[in-house]
Design a binder for this molecule. Structure first.
Ligand SMILES: C[S@@+](CC[C@H](N)C(=O)[O-])C[C@H]1O[C@@H](n2cnc3c(N)ncnc32)[C@H](O)[C@@H]1O
Length: 238
């Protein structure tokens, strides 16, 4: 994270300052909703602001070029992690929770995936996704509210968990994920931080202990360094 902050200071100090004001002052007023926050509205506004750019799901404090570099590195790392896990995405039924602007959807497509369901709390990107990947299905759904239909061999939830900000909502999200994992399925979850804590209105950093207690009877793998934090792979017994 310190490296991230240094990159932002060097490459985009104005963006960094603007981002801090928005996150600390504007968003808590605009997106507060009960105990949590209005995630649907937050993401709809964010994607309408950034269109197809990677800055939308990525880091608004970084330039588009730096976001792209970071995503491309993460994509290659994810493919290597899946290979180490013995997961062949090409033959898998894939569920992607929180598709963002479709970076990992495209990565899966290019890795040979032909069966993918994407769910996201906002559908603002879906028209573009359906035109680009007509063989994939996309549904608007909040993973804390509803279990997607179907059974999946590979579930990706990348850069979403920290936007689920209450214990109850996290428990519901995991209940829904577990209900759709086929025997032997792999659940790829990122980020896992080293210390669980609430961070601003729309972020809660969760750690592996927060996750492990929901996955009795599953194999929770070791933390693997990924992007600015760690990723874990959780396997259901085959
Ligand atoms: C930071 S972006 C990450 C997107 C993508 N996975 C990536 O890594 O580029 C978070 C994504 O999760 C979606 N999201 C946030 N909360 C969600 C929820 N409760 N259920 C489903 N999607 C959610 C947002 O709309 C957004 O597309």
């Amino acid at each position: 994270m310190a490296k991230d902050l240094w990159t932002k200071l060097k490459t985009n100090p104005v963006g960094l300052a603007k981002n801090a004001v928005v996150k600390l002052v504007v968003n808590p007023i605009k997106y507060r909703k009960g105990e949590g926050y209005d995630a649907e509205r937050y993401w709809r506004d964010r994607f309408e602001r950034h269109g197809a750019n990677l800055t939308g799901p990525g880091d608004e404090g970084l330039s588009e070029d730096d976001n792209r570099r970071m995503y491309e590195e993460a994509g290659q790392k994810l493919l290597a992690i899946l290979a180490d896990e013995g997961v062949d995405p090409a033959g898998a039924r894939v569920l992607e929770i929180g598709c963002g602007n479709g970076f990992f959807t495209g990565l899966m497509h290019d890795a040979g995936v032909r069966d993918l369901t994407g769910v996201d709390i906002t559908d603002v990107q879906f028209e573009r996704f359906r035109a680009r990947w007509p063989e994939f299905r996309f549904h608007k759904a909040d993973i804390t509210q509803v279990a997607p239909e179907g059974r999946y061999d590979l579930v990706l939830m990348i850069d979403v968990i920290q936007h689920i900000v209450t214990e109850d909502a996290l428990a519901d999200a995991f209940k829904h994920v577990k209900s759709v994992m086929a025997p032997g399925a792999a659940f790829v979850l990122y980020p896992m931080t080293d210390r669980s804590r609430r961070h601003m209105l729309h972020v809660h950093w969760w750690d592996t202990d927060d996750v492990r207690k929901h996955f009795d009877g599953h194999a929770v793998g070791d933390a693997i360094p990924f992007r600015y934090s760690n990723l874990v792979v959780i396997r259901k017994a085959g």
